[in-house]
Write a protein that binds this ligand. Structure first.
Ligand code: ZN
Ligand code: FE
Ligand code: FE
Ligand code: ZN
Length: 272
């Protein structure tokens, strides 16, 4: 591959309670893998600490930003952004606005994990999938994505087909289902992420799948890359593959975010 890898903008830290390694371990791994830019996107606090067991606590929000800020001082050759992965749940908009105003975040990823009161990607609650209508769940998932994109609260929409994580595929046409959502994302100038996290999960696919990625390219949606690293060695996971996929899908650029402003950057060339 000729050129520099795109930034990895989806990285967690120990503060959420289910990721391993110190912030500087992630930075070291990024340098070792030849990345020039990464960004952290910790699970933002919920309005009630203890809402569930996988978000950082309210009192740790500024501490999180500070830890990343201090660590990056020792890595002058690496651009390090500070962002958040925020759960989109209808009704939480004022809370999300407040979280967004508490620091000069480089970007905010809006992710849908909750459909109703169920976090559908939670391994501990996987058996619930046996009791729902899969098509119906996907339809509700995409409705939430549309609300998230329309809310104006986010720069990036995370892992847009996360509902496939454990292999629960709908038998409705996904390209048709996602068309209004991706059209809206394009119109709003928002980004989606190409997440390699799914490659490590039972679905064994990037989020999103190739057909949805092509549809996103058709609507000129902005693109960022993310590994959803919860361990240092996962930083930049399968990025060469991801860049190739993006190129083949029709993307020429990825998007860099600084203080919530997007800038287009040309993707590296991939050999055939
Ligand atoms: Zn997580
Ligand atoms: Fe997520
Ligand atoms: Fe994540
Ligand atoms: Zn995530």
């Amino acid at each position: 591959m000729k050129g520099v890898f795109p930034a990895d903008y989806h990285i967690h830290t120990q503060l959420c309670g289910h990721a391993t390694g110190q912030v500087r371990d992630y930075l070291e791994c990024a340098v070792r893998k030849g990345l020039k830019e990464i960004g952290f996107s910790e699970h933002a606090p919920m309005p009630i600490d203890g809402f569930d067991d996988w978000h950082i606590r309210q009192g740790d929000l500024e501490f999180y930003a500070q830890v990343v800020q201090v660590a990056r001082g020792d890595f002058p050759d690496l651009e390090v952004r500070i962002g958040l992965e925020v759960d989109y749940i209808p009704g939480l908009e004022p809370w999300i606005e407040q979280i967004a105003s508490r620091y000069r975040w480089d970007y905010i990823i809006g992710s849908v994990h909750y459909v109703g009161e169920w976090d559908i990607d939670n391994e501990a609650k996987m058996s619930r999938w046996d009791h729902v209508e899969v098509n119906d769940l996907w339809i509700r998932y995409v409705e939430l994505l549309i609300k998230a994109a329309a809310s104006g609260l986010f720069d990036i929409i995370g892992h847009i087909d996360l509902a496939k994580k454990f292999g629960h595929r709908p038998d409705i046409d996904l390209v048709g289902l996602y068309r209004p959502f991706l059209q809206l994302v394009g119109e709003r100038g928002l980004a989606i992420e190409l997440s390699t996290g799914g490659l490590r999960k039972p679905c064994r696919e990037t989020y999103p799948s190739e057909p949805l990625l092509r549809l996103a390219a058709d609507y000129q949606v902005r693109l960022v890359f993310g590994s959803d690293a919860h361990a240092p060695e996962e930083v930049g996971y399968e990025f060469e593959k991801a860049v190739k996929m993006a190129r083949i899908a029709g993307f020429q650029c990825w998007t860099r975010f600084t203080e919530r402003r997007p800038h287009s950057v040309v993707l590296p060339e991939v050999g055939c």
